[in-house]
Ligand binder design. Structure first.
Ligand code: FES
Length: 255
């Protein structure tokens, strides 16, 4: 059930260049279960819905949850200044996340995350590993100072890191690593070109993609997130990323 709550800041720390990990406590955590869902966080004062930002849920725990965001612009800079004990207005959980149950015990799932697309992979990896699925994570960043959650993800399986400039891990893109691996199922979240490359690569029998980058209001009101379905690419059939997604099966929508 979706609810709005003033959650308490447990911690708010910088974990990479302009990337912050915010741990919040509140009853909202009890409503969260599916990896890949997001919350809509109010980053400023006033009533303008655009003061909210969609931020994916990185981890769900007993009484707390973790979100990871990039500090860019005034709103998220204000969020970065929150200290323990302060409160943050959060609406959620929103959207349809990753269908973790599609990955069967004993099978191999590859989790692909790019930049701020990495966080939802953490909760997904946790749930899959708990279900007996073999987890391989591939995470990609621009450069070494942007890398985060390599160690955290290694609790659940092998982790490969790619950086575009080659300053950490393998030089290149996540798909360069994906090319050499085999999986029964692929889950991906990251920038649109990355998702397109993962979809076009047909790396597994089933692939699920999270299109979170394509979001505006996050609550179904602005139509900024509309995408066409693949079977009607120029017609009137569309899906809203915020409420129908953000996760879609590869081949379902035009990305
Ligand atoms: Fe505004 Fe989906 S983000 S309708």
């Amino acid at each position: 059930m979706i609810r709005q709550e003033n959650c308490k800041v447990v911690s708010n720390r910088q974990i990479a260049d302009n990337i912050f990990e915010l741990v919040l406590s509140g009853e909202l955590s009890a409503a969260m279960s599916q990896p890949g869902q997001f919350v809509h966080v109010k980053v400023g004062e006033g009533f303008d819905p655009l003061l909210r930002r969609p931020i994916s849920i990185a981890s769900i725990n007993d009484g707390t949850f973790t979100i990871i965001y990039r500090r860019q612009g005034r709103g998220t800079s204000m969020l970065a200044e929150k200290t323990p004990g302060m409160s943050v207005d959060v609406l959620g959980p929103l959207g349809n996340g990753f269908p973790a149950g599609e990955a069967k015990p004993g099978r191999t799932a590859i989790l692909v995350g790019g930049g701020v697309g990495v966080p939802p992979m953490y909760e997904l990896a946790k749930q899959l590993a708990r279900n007996g699925v073999k987890v391989i994570s591939i995470i990609g960043f621009q450069t070494a100072s942007a890398v985060f959650y390599e160690k955290e993800l290694s609790d659940f399986g092998e982790v490969y890191v790619a950086t575009v400039d080659g300053t950490y891990g393998r030089k290149g893109f996540v798909t360069d690593i994906l090319d050499g691996l085999e999986a029964d199922i692929v889950f991906a979240c990251g920038p649109t070109p990355m998702l397109r490359a993962v979809e076009n690569g047909n790396y597994a029998a089933k692939t699920f993609l999270s299109l979170e980058e394509r979001m505006g209001c996050g609550i179904g009101a602005c139509f900024a997130c509309v995408c066409h379905t693949k079977d009607d690419p120029k017609g009137f059939t569309y899906k809203k990323v915020c409420s129908d997604g953000p996760v879609f099966q590869a081949g379902e929508v035009v990305i």
